[in-house]
Structure formats: structure tokens, C-alpha cells
Design a protein around this ligand. Structure first.
Ligand code: ADP
Ligand code: MG
Length: 490
């Protein structure tokens, strides 16, 4: 009884639907006809009523066979449950849109995007409208595109994996990827040990500010140049590296591709070179120093002999002896300091102090050459955070070059001034022979020298020292002299 009444209702509704479809075909036919999407109606059991020719195109059945089919017959088995859900959701009055695959009689598959919405007559849902769009091509293209991306990602990954440099991909603070070289560099067990960790775990807090600034720049799309930093190794030691970062896309998100190079070996060679150059400068200075020491020694000896002859104790003589001994001590200790190998030590230092010491040391040679060195402090000079010995070595290089460029004597001026709150400028101005234009380009290249006994290392090392201090150096020269300007951050 109940069964038959449901059937009757369904039949009534099917009739209503057929009528409705007929009517709409009359009024909408031209519009439907030229649409490339299949437009159809479905009764409450899911049987099709085609509304336009594209139905044949898309479902692969002629009008008559199509009318005898329900969607359950055409949807691919795996997608059936979903299609049924969509169908019943729509019968409850909701618009539905979903992708599914259908199977042709020939077995060929087609990807469709389907929209359902209810047909309501006299406040009752009598069936559904269906619109099916063929998206097989789009799906294929999308698949191909994904494959291409995957392929490119694989190539990128291969390049990165086999790179002799350590490579890390990071977003914000987090490490998303690391290659084997990176794992080895910091002594990690495997990649998993690095992934997910913060890049700041490997850095001293003093780097945080500058690294954050660089990261921001890269994430905004500009690469940043190599910069020296120290990384923490897993065993607690520090490794000297240089890092560069370029913008990258990782898993569809903007990220940073960070290249990390171990420069321990490079630094070691640099240190050796610095040391050998220091020794060579010290050796060259020694002659002048011997000369300079002989004078006070002569006067000391003279005063001692005087006192010995008089059998008296003369406090004036003793005062002079004392000051001469002090001068000898200063010169010798500077020479020792210069030749002693030393690790970089950054401390706050008085620039005037450094310059006076350097002057004392080089004066020995300057006086021999009839050269007068004067230091001018043009402003208040603040303390500078620096490695005192390196700065001394650099200043001696400049002054020695100036002295060597002035065989006929003359003046060397050293001007010191505070440029702004953060920078200090020191200028060395000589009256020497100058550097010819052709040579100016080669200044600072290792072993470039115009001197018979030159090493051609002085300026190269000086440039490294300025770089170690994050400063800059400028050289200008004419036939009447050379000016070297060094700008250092305070
Ligand atoms: P070295 O002094 O051993 O030759 P440097 O690196 O100190 O090596 O200098 C390289 C060259 O630069 C010198 O040989 C010289 O030709 C030129 N030079 C450097 N400073 C001066 C200067 N103040 N006046 C003239 N020439 C200079
Ligand atoms: Mg030199």
C-alpha cells in the first residue's frame, strides 16, 4: 500500500517534470542548443532528460538511450558514492558542484565538472537540473603542469643535494630543508635533526639583528651578498662561514635559499699571510729601529760614564736616562707586538693611542728620511671597537708606503675626524711620488709592487683588515702625493 503510493507520487512528479522540461525547451531551446556544456534534467530516481545536443557530445549517448539511463550507470565506481551524496543533497534543496569521472560505453574515461540544482514546481522538488562541463583537457593540462613542476623541483633538489656548498632553505626563522653538506657542516646526525629548527639556534645573538634584516630583504625579493658569520657546530665549537641568500619558492611558498661556505681554510691562509707580512714589515722596520735605539743608548752610556767619573749621583741625568729608556722600551714593545701572531681581538680602543704608538714606531724610519709626521685631530675622537693590533699593522703599512714614496723627505699628515655618530675617518696624506693611473687599478692585488724589495702584500692585507672591521678604504693619488682614507664604524 505504502510502496504503491510512493510510486504514484514519483510518477506524478515525473509527469510534472516532463511537462516542465517540454515547456522550458520551448522557451530556452536556442540558448541551450548552442551551449557546449551538457544541460539536462534528472528525475527523482536520477534518470536523465536531455535538454541540449551537447549531452550527446559529453555523455556519449544519443538522446534516446540517454533518456533510459540514470547517473548511476555512467559515473565511475570509485566516484559513485560521492555522486549519490551530491544527488540527494541537491534533492534537499542545495546547489551542488563537484568533479567526477564517467565511463563511456567504449570504456574511455572523461572528467566532468557537474552542477546540480533543484527544480521546484508548486513548492515541491520534482527533479534536478544538471550542467556537466567536460574538464578532461583541463585536468590533463593541470596534471602535466604538476608533473612539470615536480620535474623541475626534482632537478632543483638534485642540484642542491649535490652542491659542494651547504644549502639550507628557510622561511622566516624556520629551516625547511638542508642538504647533506649542511648536515655535515654543523655536525648533525641527519637532515631531520635540522629541519624545523630555527636558524638562530646556530648563531650568536650578536648576529640576530643583521640576519633578520637580510632575511627581510630576501623575502621581499632581493638577493643579499656573501657575509662572514660564525656558526655553532653541534660540538659547541664555532665554524667560520660565509653566507649568501637568494629568494626562492619552496613548496609553493616564498622562501630563502641560503648558501653557506666553510671558510675556515681560507681564513687560515689569510692569517698566515697576515703573519708573514707582519714579520716582513717588522724586519724592514728593524734597521730604522736599530738606528733609533742607538742614539738614546749613546746618551745613556754618556751620562752613566759622567756619573761614574764624578762619583756623584745626578738626578737630572737619571731623569734623562729614564725617559730614553722608556722610549726604547716603547719602540721595542711595539715591534714585538707587531711580529707576534695574535688572534683577532675586538675591544674598545682610543684611536689617538693607536696612532701615537704607530707614529713612534715609524718615526724611527721617517726621521732617517727627513720626513715629519703629524697627527691632527679635527673633532672629538670617540673610542672605536676594533682589533688594535690589526689597525696598527694597517696604519704602519700606509705610513711605510708613504715614507718609501718620499725619498727626498717632506711631510706626512694624519687627519682624524668623526664623520657622524657611527663613523670615523682617518686620512693619510703624503707628498710622495704618487701612484700612476695604470697602477691604481692594481693596488691591493697580491704581490703587486713597484719596489725592488717590495712584497706587494701591504695594501692587500690592509684591505682585508678594513673589511674585517666592516669599514671602507679609498685611495686617491697624483704626482704630488697620495691620500688614503679609511672609514671605520665606531
Ligand atoms: P709594497 O709596499 O711591498 O710594494 P704595498 O701593497 O704596500 O706593497 O704597495 C703596493 C704598491 O702600491 C707599491 O709598490 C707602490 O707602487 C704603491 N703605493 C702604495 N702606497 C703608495 C704611496 N703612498 N705612494 C706611492 N705609491 C704607493
Ligand atoms: Mg708597503
Amino acid at each position: 500500500m505504502k510502496q504503491s503510493s510512493i510510486l504514484t507520487i514519483k510518477k506524478e512528479k515525473r509527469l510534472l517534470l516532463e511537462n516542465y522540461v517540454r515547456e522550458s525547451l520551448k522557451s530556452y531551446h536556442p540558448l541551450f542548443a548552442c551551449d557546449s556544456d551538457a544541460i539536462y534534467a534528472m528525475d527523482l530516481d536520477g534518470y536523465f532528460l536531455p535538454l541540449n545536443p551537447a549531452c550527446k557530445e559529453i555523455f556519449g549517448y544519443d538522446s534516446e538511450s540517454f533518456s533510459k539511463l540514470s547517473y548511476m550507470k555512467v559515473v565511475k565506481l570509485e566516484h559513485l558514492e560521492r555522486a549519490i551524496n551530491m544527488f540527494y543533497n541537491s534533492l534537499e534543496g542545495k546547489l551542488q558542484n563537484f568533479d567526477c569521472q564517467i565511463v563511456y560505453q567504449s570504456g574511455e574515461l572523461k572528467d566532468l565538472n557537474i552542477t546540480y540544482y533543484p527544480i521546484v514546481i508548486k513548492e515541491e522538488i520534482v527533479g534536478l537540473y544538471g550542467i556537466a562541463k567536460d574538464i578532461t583537457e583541463i585536468k590533463l593540462k593541470r596534471k602535466k603542469l604538476l608533473q612539470d613542476i615536480q620535474h623541475r623541483e626534482n632537478i632543483y633538489r638534485d642540484i642542491v643535494e649535490h652542491s659542494p656548498d651547504a644549502v639550507v632553505i628557510a622561511k622566516d626563522e624556520q629551516i625547511l630543508f638542508a642538504n647533506d653538506t649542511a648536515v655535515q657542516l654543523v655536525g648533525a646526525k641527519d637532515k631531520q635533526e635540522l629541519i624545523g629548527r630555527s636558524v638562530f639556534e646556530f648563531l650568536d645573538a650578536s648576529y640576530f639583528k643583521v640576519i633578520k634584516k637580510r632575511a627581510k630583504q630576501v623575502e621581499a625579493g632581493t638577493a643579499v651578498e656573501f657575509m662572514d658569520v660564525e656558526l655553532f657546530h653541534k660540538n659547541g665549537t664555532k665554524i667560520e662561514v660565509e653566507v649568501k641568500a637568494i629568494p626562492a619558492i619552496y613548496q609553493n611558498e616564498p622562501a630563502r635559499h641560503i648558501i653557506i661556505r666553510d671558510i675556515t681554510e681560507k681564513k687560515r691562509t689569510q692569517k698566515l699571510l697576515l703573519q708573514s707580512e707582519k714579520l716582513s714589515v717588522a724586519g724592514q722596520l728593524a734597521a730604522g729601529i736599530a738606528h733609533e735605539i742607538r742614539n738614546p743608548l749613546t746618551s745613556i752610556k754618556g751620562f752613566i760614564q759622567l756619573m761614574e767619573a764624578d762619583h756623584t749621583f745626578n738626578s737630572n741625568y737619571l731623569g734623562i736616562i729614564n725617559s730614553e729608556v722608556n722610549r726604547i722600551e716603547l719602540i721595542l714593545s711595539e715591534l714585538l707586538l707587531l711580529s707576534k701572531p695574535q688572534a683577532m681581538k675586538f675591544k674598545k680602543r682610543e684611536m689617538s693611542n693607536i696612532l701615537e704608538h704607530v707614529k713612534a714606531l715609524i718615526d724611527t724610519q721617517a726621521i732617517l728620511n727627513n720626513i715629519e709626521i703629524t697627527i691632527h685631530y679635527l673633532t672629538d675622537i670617540p673610542e672605536v671597537y676594533c682589533d688594535e693590533n690589526q689597525l696598527k699593522q694597517m696604519f704602519i703599512n700606509f705610513l711605510k708606503n708613504s715614507v718609501e714614496a718620499m725619498p727626498k723627505g717632506g711631510k706626512i699628515e694624519i687627519e682624524v675626524k668623526k664623520m657622524d655618530e657611527e663613523h670615523l675617518e682617518i686620512r693619510f696624506i703624503d707628498e710622495g711620488c704618487g701612484i700612476s693611473e695604470g697602477h691604481l687599478d692594481r693596488i691591493g692585488q697580491p704581490f703587486f709592487t713597484t719596489k725592488e724589495n717590495g712584497t706587494g702584500l701591504g695594501l692587500m692585507i690592509s684591505m682585508q683588515i678594513v673589511e674585517n672591521h666592516q669599514g671602507t678604504i679609498g685611495i686617491s693619488s697624483s704626482q704630488t702625493g697620495t691620500t688614503i682614507s679609511v672609514k671605520l664604524p665606531i
